[in-house]
Write a protein of this length. Sequence first.
Length: 105
Amino acid sequence: MPEDAPKSAFDLAMERLRQKDRDAGVVEQPLTDAQRARIAEIRSFYAAKLAELAILSRPAASQAEDEEGLEHLEDRYRSECERLQQERDRKIAAVRADQGKGSSV
């Protein structure tokens, strides 16, 4: 994009965010190929776990005897999904924070 071309709202917002990071002292470091691969591996693993949980919860939900039992199963399913998503996000954050240290998560 030429320098004198008008910028989109997205480009302007990204510029402001980058400036805010620079002002706060945040240094932008690109991920290494190993980090990208590890993050992809983590995402793939947790996508499979979430799919497995969804599949395994269907029969239990269809066997629920009353509304209260079904509600309990749905609450358990939601909390387990949240736990897996939080675990995934923690592991990804650890990989991102591990700039150049080379340890595994």
